[in-house]
Design a protein around this ligand. Structure first.
Ligand code: GUN
Length: 284
């Protein structure tokens, strides 16, 4: 059975829209992206449309690939100081001459809507309820919750150790309350198949089209596909969906699964940034 991420995300978006309208909130999200990176353009476009729908103002600045690290740091500094801006996204990836860790650390943690700043990662790790959680892992946790898929005592196998998905997700799912037994697999892992066959829940975020095949998952497993890959002109996930669907109890399609949840969590985080700034009077 499919997990309809689009429908779940829509409920969250409607709730956010109502909350923004009712309280006359004026959240503003600023995007920085590299002008030569086509996928970033597409993703940011989708995020901006979603912002508009719920009443979040978004600002976008496309940067030339020739921008220096210092130049980008200055832009971030200005956005940090700008009282109108509640939340900042520097869309990854960045060109090789820019140290993305330095950029992430330069964003004011209160405006770090991606939840990538070490302070927010630390807050997530200690289970601080006010932490800004990374959008994709947060969206996956929400999706499992809403679908009544318990993670308690379950073998959860995550494919991919990225900072955006795999590592924070492994942390969240192993925390008290989620109580999963998490295995984090990556490009150097051995016996991949035996780990996967042992999984009650498989979450794939490796960016290889159709990597997860039907002989790699156990009957009745839940399959969460984070992949957004292009194959023969089509958007496909990391999972060989048509075949794995026959074995899985529940599976997320691509598109229409995790993607919409990521965007919904971004909107929620933006509102969280706005409210936190209102409370701390920083916007005055
Ligand atoms: N590139 C791909 N996904 C993301 C994301 O969630 N945030 C940022 N900043 N860049 C990305």
């Amino acid at each position: 059975m499919d997990i309809n991420g689009r429908a779940i995300a829509q409920v969250i978006r409607t709730t956010l829209e109502t909350e923004i309208e009712k309280n006359k909130y004026t959240p503003t999200l600023a995007f920085f992206l590299m002008e030569d990176h086509a996928p970033s353009r597409v993703y940011v476009g989708m995020k901006q449309r979603a912002c508009q729908e719920v009443g979040i103002t978004s600002i976008k600045e496309e940067l030339p690939v020739s921008i220096t690290e210092k130049g980008l740091l200055e832009k971030i500094d200005n956005a940090n100081k700008d009282p109108v801006i509640d939340a900042i996204i520097v869309q990854m990836p960045l060109p090789d001459h820019i140290d993305s860790n330095k950029i992430i650390c330069a964003i004011d943690p209160i405006k770090d809507v991606d939840g990538f700043h070490p302070l927010n990662i630390g807050k997530m790790m200690i289970g601080d309820k006010n932490a800004l959680l990374p959008c994709t892992p947060h969206g996956i946790c929400k999706m499992l919750e809403i679908e009544n898929i318990s993670t308690t005592g379950k073998n959860v196998v995550i494919l991919g150790r990225s900072l955006i998905v795999g590592r924070p997700l492994a942390n969240l799912l192993s925390q008290k309350g989620k109580d999963a037994t998490v295995t984090l697999l990556h490009s150097r892992s051995q016996n991949l198949k035996s780990h996967l066959l042992n999984a009650d829940i498989v979450i794939s975020a490796i960016g290889i089209p159709h990597f997860v095949k039907e002989d790699m998952v156990k009957q009745g497993a839940v399959i969460i596909d984070v992949g957004m890959n292009h194959l023969e002109g089509k958007l496909v996930g990391d999972v060989d969906y048509t075949k794995v669907k026959k074995i899985a109890s529940k599976i997320t399609p691509v598109p229409g699964g995790v993607g919409p949840m990521t965007i919904a969590m971004l909107l929620q985080n933006t509102l969280q940034c706005h409210i936190q700034r209102l409370k701390s009077n920083l916007s005055l």
